[in-house]
Design a protein around this ligand. Structure first.
Ligand SMILES: Nc1ncnc2c1ncn2[C@@H]1O[C@H](COP(=O)(O)OP(=O)(O)OP(=O)(O)O)[C@@H](O)[C@H]1O
Ligand SMILES: [Mg+2]
Length: 347
């Protein structure tokens, strides 16, 4: 680095089951700027249902993506998610941060269905400036195995981790920067990936609930192959295109139904388990599946809600050339998570 060589950039690394994505953000200016994006495909079945089946292949793809982004020996921010991560808003007696740490461990035992010996806990006080007798705390518990597995993978890929974040929080961070208006009321951010759809419900901007369902573009492609007799390439072409081909109608309806039911269940669970009585007011989609022509419309019709594809570049400054030869509109919706990771300022 040059004369003013302070570490001001953050590298976000999203290890998806279809694509490894890297986003680099420069925090050295008045507002964050996306300086580089790289995407590397992952061979089929290297990651299945969130589980890393072939660490060697994944490590190679991680190296390829980082190298395409011009990253060498720089710590990266990654995240864990899925059913081994639990997020819960709880009320506890108002205490100082240090005391809270002890109290949380005790509270977590009541709220987290994992063995306390095998989890990593973290928390955030949601109303630090209030002075009521109780405070709201967002509790996060992740199974230690999951975090350690991620760290091992990074070690294999010769990558130094700086922070292991939680998927739902990273998605939320990128969403918040770009959609400040969505930070009031109850809204849902739906990340439709290759294998998994993450449903994230936020209440007044607080990410209260996250659920995964096993639907993604891989299923869409398999449906098109089986039901419409298309080749994998033809199916991908339609799923990643811009036209609402008649081939897509059944699959967007049936898979859309599945995703809609997941959203409704998550919203109903939240309503029954929290004091909030507000109803879901909108859904935003991201991830590769958000691009499937007609899917957002199918979701909107089924949910009777406004459904919009969320763009992580809506308000984010982008440096010229950050995308190289990638077509920005084609990949932007896939970058919500890696951008959210890179938005973290790491000391
Ligand atoms: N421009 C694009 N380039 C490549 N794939 C795309 C593109 N647009 C949509 N897709 C589809 O999106 C999928 C990848 O989406 P995404 O990156 O959100 O998933 P992932 O993070 O790899 O998967 P998961 O989160 O389920 O592990 C691809 O498998 C492909 O079907
Ligand atoms: Mg993903």
């Amino acid at each position: 680095m040059g004369l003013f060589g302070r570490k001001k950039t953050t590298v976000g690394l999203d290890i998806g089951s279809g694509l490894i994505k890297v986003a680099v953000i420069d925090h050295g200016r008045s507002e964050p700027e996306l300086t580089k994006v790289a995407i590397a495909p992952l061979l089929a079945d290297a990651i299945v249902e969130g589980e890393i089946m072939d660490p060697g292949i994944v490590a190679d793809a991680v190296r390829a993506a980082l190298s395409a982004a011009g990253i060498k020996n720089k710590p990266v921010v990654t995240a864990v998610g899925g059913r081994d991560v639990i997020i819960k808003k709880i009320q506890i007696d108002r205490v100082k941060e240090q005391q809270a740490r002890e109290l949380i461990r005790w509270e977590a035992e009541q709220h987290v269905p994992f063995d306390m010996e095998s989890v990593e806990l973290d928390f955030q006080i949601l109303d630090p400036d209030d002075d009521g007798l109780e405070m709201s705390v967002l509790l996060v518990a992740a199974k230690r195995d999951l975090v350690e597995g991620k760290l091992r993978l990074l070690t294999d890929a010769e990558v130094t981790p700086s922070v292991v974040d939680v998927d739902a929080f990273a998605l939320h961070n990128a969403f918040e920067v770009n959609y400040p208006d969505a930070m009031s009321g109850v809204v849902c951010l739906v990340n439709i990936g290759h294998e998994v759809t993450n449903i994230n419900i936020m209440d007044d901007g607080i990410p209260l609930l996250t659920r995964d369902i096993a639907v993604g573009t891989r299923r869409f492609r398999e449906d098109l192959q089986r039901e419409r007799g298309l080749s994998a390439e033809e199916a991908d072409g339609l799923l990643q295109g811009y036209d609402r081909s008649p081939h897509l109608q059944t699959v967007t309806e049936t898979r859309g139904e599945e995703i809609a039911v997941g959203i409704e269940r998550a919203a109903a669970f939240l309503a029954s388990s929290s004091r909030s009585s507000s109803k879901l007011k909108a859904a935003y989609t991201c991830g590769g599946g958000a691009r499937v022509p007609g899917l957002n419309e199918a979701l909107a019709a089924r949910l009777r809600l406004p459904v919009e594809m969320a763009n992580p570049l809506q308000r984010l400054r982008v440096r010229d050339g950050a995308f190289d030869s990638l077509v920005i509109d084609d990949v932007a919706p896939l970058l919500m998570l890696p951008i959210g990771l890179a938005l973290r300022q790491v000391a």
